[in-house]
Design a protein around this ligand. Structure first.
Ligand code: S3P
Length: 437
């Protein structure tokens, strides 16, 4: 991930982009079908490295998955030969989740309480991210698990145990924790019930239900009962978290019109659209349809006059991954933007509050960090700067969007991190007129 890239401001931005398949839905499509009874075909599976990490871990457990690139280069086609709920085989090596938190946390739910031992780990970032949030409730369910630093950090060792349902009040609004425990609940005795402090993305509930699981939700409570899964063929819709970069690029550039095709519009992911609308961004949604039980559509975004807003409370979990790029919009908006209730950003691939504040300051923007967010004073011009992605994909791509409007060139160290969720990002940047050095 050491590649450095320089982005300079083009005169205009025009074009049509098809973002990669949604990362969250891709992970779930391979993981859930891996424990289903039968074979499923998944199209437009994300080509990002994180989703490849999930396939590596599943194969390490003996699951047979065939992945082929599609001829247009947008998305892979998978054939997943489901092993059934009890079909995993003891891995003969450590399972490597790479940089992927979703792989680590969701697979923990499926590795807990197996009649064999498995060790799950990942890169330096994964080994520093909090895993106690899944280990603790899985242990309450009866799983025997050990891990570094008082059972809080990977590598995580699963030693077996037998699972029983719990009624659990989740301390954080996390779709990864919720999904981990719902998956464990599929093999636990009784009805597992999870009380969430706020709504997070619901792809797991939707997909498990489409696969025949007894799963449901009532307000902030999600529940599941044990059972088998039917395989589910699906087309993964495009990733709104990837589309967000182009929506912000169009909004902040003075001469822009960008179309982003086939974007997933699940309401538990569209917080970024709500906030951009409130900031005054000019965009429209066309061709709304349903893809794999998820709403989807095309977005057309144009140059806009933005104003600062407050981002806080229940909307935060449904736009958490978009805060780094919304911060670029905030820097170019008129007035102040205050971000609160987003302490989770400090435990993502990197500390995204610190990483964002660091680069915005280097680019001449006034930013004040707080424990759970930051205040960004908009309205100044962005200067070119020499900045670090901290090997975080969303920071690397946010820096590039800043470079599309900065007065001097933006040099981005660690630009290759974009491959984690969006390997065609740099190609797409050039496609709409961005210039790379
Ligand atoms: C994800 C959930 C979010 C998000 C991550 C993907 C998922 O994490 O930040 O990129 O696929 O479930 P948390 O649920 O831990 O907040």
């Amino acid at each position: 991930m050491s590649k450095a890239v320089t982005v300079s401001r083009p005169r205009r931005l025009r074009g049509t982009i098809t973002p990669p398949g949604d990362k969250s839905i891709s992970h779930r499509s391979s993981i859930f079908n891996a424990v289903a009874n039968g074979t499923a075909r998944v199209t437009n599976y994300s080509t990002g490295q994180d989703c490849a990490s999930t396939l590596r871990v599943l194969r390490g457990l003996g699951v047979n998955i065939d992945a082929k690139p599609s001829p247009d280069g947008n998305g892979d086609t998978l054939t997943v030969h489901g092993a059934g709920m009890d079909g995993f085989r003891e891995p003969d090596d450590v399972l490597d989740a790479g940089n992927s938190g979703t792989t680590t946390r969701l697979m923990s739910g499926l590795l807990a309480g197996r009649p064999f031992q498995a060790i799950l780990t990942g890169d330096a970032s994964i080994r520093s991210r909090p895993m106690g949030r899944v280990i603790e409730p899985l242990r309450q369910m009866g799983a025997e698990i050990s891990a570094r630093k008082g059972r809080t950090l990977a590598p995580i060792v699963f030693h077996g145990g037998s699972l029983r349902a719990i009624d659990y009040a989740m301390p954080v609004a996390s779709a990864q924790v919720k999904s981990c425990l719902l998956l464990a609940g599929l093999r636990a005795e009784g009805r597992t019930q999870l009380r969430q402090p706020a709504q997070s993305r619901d792809h797991t509930e939707r997909m498990l239900s489409a696969m025949g699981a007894r799963v449901g939700s009532d307000g902030l409570t999600a529940w599941v009962e044990p059972g088998e899964l039917r395989p589910l063929d699906m087309e993964v819709p495009g990733d709104i978290s990837s589309a967000a970069f182009w929506l912000v690029a169009a909004a902040i550039h003075p001469d822009a019109e960008i179309t982003v095709r086939n974007v997933g519009l699940n309401p538990s992911r569209t917080g970024v659209l709500t906030v951009l609308r409130e900031m005054g961004a000019d965009f429209e949604i066309r061709g709304e349809r349903s893809v794999a039980g998820e709403p989807a559509g095309d977005l057309i975004a144009r140059s806009s006059e933005l104003r600062g807003v407050e981002i806080a409370g229940d909307i935060v979990p449904i736009l958490i991954d978009e805060i780094p790029v919304l911060s670029v919009a905030a820097a170019l908006a008129d007035g102040k933007t205050v971000i609160r209730d987003a302490a989770e950003l400090r435990v993502k691939e990197t500390d995204r509050i610190s990483a964002t504040a660091t680069w915005l300051k280097a680019a001449g923007i006034s930013v004040q960090e707080s424990n759970d967010g930051m205040t960004i004073v908009g309205g100044a011009r962005l200067k070119g700067a020499h900045c670090q992605s901290f090997d975080d994909h969303r920071i690397a791509m946010s820096l590039a969007i800043g470079g599309l409007v900065s007065d001097g060139p933006m040099k981005i160290e660690g630009a290759g991190a974009a491959d984690i969720s969006y390997p065609t990002f740099w190609r797409d940047l050039e496609l709409i007129g961005g210039s790379l050095g």
